[in-house]
Design a protein around this ligand. Structure first.
Ligand SMILES: Nc1ncnc2c1ncn2[C@@H]1O[C@H](COP(=O)(O)OP(=O)(O)O)[C@@H](O)[C@H]1O
Ligand SMILES: [Mg+2]
Length: 293
């Protein structure tokens, strides 16, 4: 099955008002239903790119198209239902007095009737695993992990087709990270396009089908995650460390171990295969000690 284009970034250059050149000639196409990770060193441009895709920043040069329409021509309301951006720091996003009002804020801005607002709030809360007991609490006093969920729920309540989550797992433990990622995967299964910005390479390896590596405001690499992580030399230049199983495969490359492994499981299978190959070669060469007798 083939899907249409969700996002087209064409020759995007972005300069902040203080003159900082944050993005230079970035090109990127994202199809509907993709699950992508943006990775790269701090300051490489991931957040600026995400905000340009969400229409929160407008290109200095070039263009960003969302489902065929330039963000320069789109109103906030159209943007909000097309691309949802969850801020790197949930505290930059949260400003209502109760969890309920926070999540209801977007739908109310769409001028939806209050019963539909309620339905969306409850649905979004359920997806992120926020129980009803939190609805009248102040989001500011919740632990960071829960504030992150409130921030994500408030975006989900708008039901955007594309969801960008900037560093969703930073400051969360492994269990919380997996919970957040599993529900992003669930949303992806429902048809949403998902972009995550992250420094956690195990998370990228486990969830993202495609990975974009940013370096100094430019796109350095873009492809299937296993192929991107096999680019050891380029990644070293971008100060990106591939996941540990991929690094182990690199250390074992002279034994013929395949380079694009992402998990411990794959690595073990590869090591066993190359061990078997070398045993076969020894047997053929008459070097196998057992068969020598
Ligand atoms: N509001 C801003 N004003 C000026 N420069 C900024 C601003 N936000 C980010 N930058 C700069 O833009 C570049 C890209 O930053 P950013 O997109 O936040 O990178 P990343 O998310 O990969 O860490 C960096 O040099 C950063 O210092
Ligand atoms: Mg950032």
């Amino acid at each position: 099955m083939s899907y249409g284009l969700a996002i087209e970034v064409k020759d995007l250059t972005y300069v902040y008002p203080d003159g900082t050149l944050a993005l230079k000639d970035v090109n990127l196409s994202v199809k509907e239903r993709e699950f992508i990770a943006f990775i790269g060193q701090n300051g490489s441009g991931k957040t600026t790119l995400s905000k340009n895709i969400a229409g929160l920043l407008k290109p200095t040069e070039g263009e960003v198209r969302i489902f065929g329409r330039s963000t320069k021509d789109m109103r906030i309301k159209d943007m909000a239902t097309s691309v949802g951006y969850v801020f790197q720091n949930p505290d930059h996003q949260i400003f209502n007095m109760t969890v309920y009002d926070e999540i209801a804020f977007g739908p109310r801005n769409l001028l939806l009737p209050e019963d539909e607002v309620r339905e969306r709030v409850l649905e979004a809360s359920k997806i992120v695993g926020l129980s009803e007991e939190y609805m009248e609490e102040s989001p500011f006093f919740l632990p960071k992990g829960l504030r992150q969920r409130v921030a994500i729920a408030s975006i989900l309540a708008l039901r955007p087709k594309v969801i960008i989550v900037d560093e969703p797992t930073t400051g969360q433990d492994w269990k919380q990270s997996i919970e957040i990622m599993e529900f992003l995967k669930y949303l992806n299964g429902l048809g949403h396009t998902i972009i995550i910005v992250t420094h956690e390479m195990e998370i990228v390896a486990k969830y993202a089908e495609r990975t974009v590596v940013m370096a100094n405001g430019r796109k350095l690499l873009d492809g299937p995650t296993n192929e991107v992580f096999a680019e050891h030399e380029l990644l070293r230049k971008a100060f990106v460390k591939p996941p540990q199983p991929t690094r182990a495969a690199y250390a074992l490359r002279k034994y013929g171990v395949r380079q694009d492994v992402l998990s411990v499981q794959e690595l073990v299978e590869e090591v066993i295969k190359s061990f078997k190959r070398s045993q076969e070669r020894r047997t053929e060469a008459g070097l196998n000690t057992e068969s020598a007798h």
